[in-house]
Structure formats: C-alpha cells, structure tokens
Design a protein around this ligand. Sequence first.
Ligand code: KG4
Ligand code: ZN
Length: 345
Amino acid sequence: SSHLTILGIETSCDETAAAVVVRDEAGQGTILGDVVLSQLDEHSAYGGVVPEIAARAHVEALDDLIRQALAKANMTLADIDAIAATSGPGLIGGLIVGLMTGKAIARATAKPLYAVNHLEGHALTARLTDKLDFPYLMLLVSGGHTQLVLVRGVGEYERWGTTIDDALGEAFDKTAKLLGLPYPGGPAVERAAASGNADRFSFPRPLVGEKRLDFSFSGLKTAVRQAAQSIAPVSRQDVADICASFQKAVSRTLQDRIGRGLERFRQEFPDVSQPALVVAGGVAANKVLRATLQELCDRNRFRFVAPPLALCTDNAAMIAWAGLERMAAGLAADELSVSPRSRWP
Ligand code: KG4
Ligand code: ZN
C-alpha cells in the first residue's frame, strides 16, 4: 500500500527516544508508538548534560525503548518500511549510539536508512500535528538552539536568524544557576517569575531595533549577575523580581526580533494567504513567551502553531516524521556509510 511506516531513533542530547509513525496516502501522519526516556536524574547533580554519561545511558536504554515503541504500535521490524535516526547536530557519543543502532537494523532487515538532521525534525513536526502548508516560519528555542528558520519545503531551509552567543534555554539555565534555582532552569525561572515584579529591573534587550534577525542573550545573563550581586543577600522576593524582569526582557526581545521576521515573510511571500509561525524547543513551554508570540501573531495576522509540548521537546516521533517527509518527497535514503556530525547547520 502507499502507507509508509517508519521507526525513528533520537539520541542527540539527554533524551533517549524511539517512535513508530505512519503516513497515509493523503499525507496525514499518525504516531503509533512513542517513548522517551529522560536522563534528567543522571545529569541534574552536575547542573548540565555530561556527554560521557549521556552516551552510556543511551547504550543502556535504546534497545529496550525500540522494543517498547514497536510493541505500542503492535508491530515488529518486519512491518516497518524504513528507519530514521538522528545523525546530527548534537553530542557525538550519543549520535554514534543512535545512528549505529539505526544502521544495524537497516542492515539486518535490508530496509532503507534515513540519517536525519535533528533541526529538520523540529522544523517539520508541526506538519505531523497540524494541517500546515509550505512555506512557513519556524522559531526553534531550546537549550542548544535559537533560530528563526524559513521552511520552504522538505530539505529546503533558510536560516534567517540565529544567536550570536547563548541559546535562549541556556540563558534561562544560567540565570537559574546564578540565582540558586534548580536545573533545568527554564521551568524554575518561570515559576519564580510568577510572583515577581517585572518592572523592578530594567535588563538589556540585545539587538532590539537591528535590521538583521539575529539574537543575543549573554548580555542579559551578565546583567542578571550584576543585579544579584548589587543586592546580596538576595531574598526570595528579589529572586522572583529578577526572574520576572528577565522574562520580560526576553519577551520584548522576541517581540522585536520575531516581529521583524514576520514582516520579512510578508514581503517575500505576499501571496501566502494564511502565513504561519511555528514554535519548537523546550523554551516553547514557557507560558509568558507563548502568550507574547500568540499576541504578536494575532497583531500581524499570522497563524501561531505550537505543537503539543511533548513534540516541542526532543522526541523520536519528529525524527520518524522527517524521514517520512523525505520518503514521500522522493528524496533518496542514505548510504550505510553515512557519518554522525556533531555540527550540522
Ligand atoms: O528542547 P529541549 O527539551 O532540549 C534541548 O535543548 O534540546 O529544551 C530544554 C531547554 C532548557 O534550557 C530548559 O531550561 C528550557 O528548554 N525550558 C524552559 C522552560 N521549560 C524548559 N525555558 C523557559 N521556560 C520554561 N517553562
Ligand atoms: Zn532539540
């Protein structure tokens, strides 16, 4: 039949994940089995991801997660048409584990292997959950990436903006660390900010007003450090005020940067009647930032598409889906000699 079924594998950072996804002839995707094992507990004592620990944890978990994903889909490897594995960018040890496992399965079953760019997975996920046509704009905000990308089609991406220093999630994590909040910092900062005064500190809004669409967040982190040092000892309320002011500065920065991106999209695609902005990445969990983006889109008559949170953060369904999109677009599978790449723009 023209149904395509694929097994996806994701091991690029600190989530080990496997998924089975099917695509019907109309292009509609369905997740049949999707399992994610977070390594958060293994890394939290170190305040960040330790690559060696991550790689070993992937080795321990992956076989069983693949078995679980297939079981949930009520399938065996014989029912699968292809394998998709993340081959970059990310931590090289983890990438090797996932890609080599994908190659072994492809070899043993004589099925095609798709070596997927993790960012392409994030970029295409919204087409798995929403009816969404090309072209659209995608904002990826995670612990490792902050990018505004024009998605023209499968395999056709144009990076319009990126961070010139820290990723946005990293800025949340470093701010949390400075303030003595737990890792990962994003949720902790958001929680603290809820009872804070966002107007107490006036933090910088880097690159606001600039024509190019890049981001910068390291100055913000420095300003947070200085604010905290200036009022030591820092009380609970001080922490809340700093977090709220930090979040407000981020909000204003996104408003300006993304606002410019929406304008540029309109200029380049005047004929697209329902333009859309899609978000992905862990920072997309932040309710204040979501509201900011929703409001910005409403004001600019853009559709705001935020996939369910479990598909915004790292998972294997998005890798499987990227493989399916490539198959359906008639793009060739990869050779089994394909190498993992820690960097892959
Ligand atoms: O996409 P993700 O789960 O993993 C990768 O980085 O690939 O994103 C994790 C990042 C972390 O930096 C975390 O602090 C941030 O997303 N994050 C948040 C929130 N939840 C997670 N940042 C701000 N607000 C949140 N509620
Ligand atoms: Zn990711």
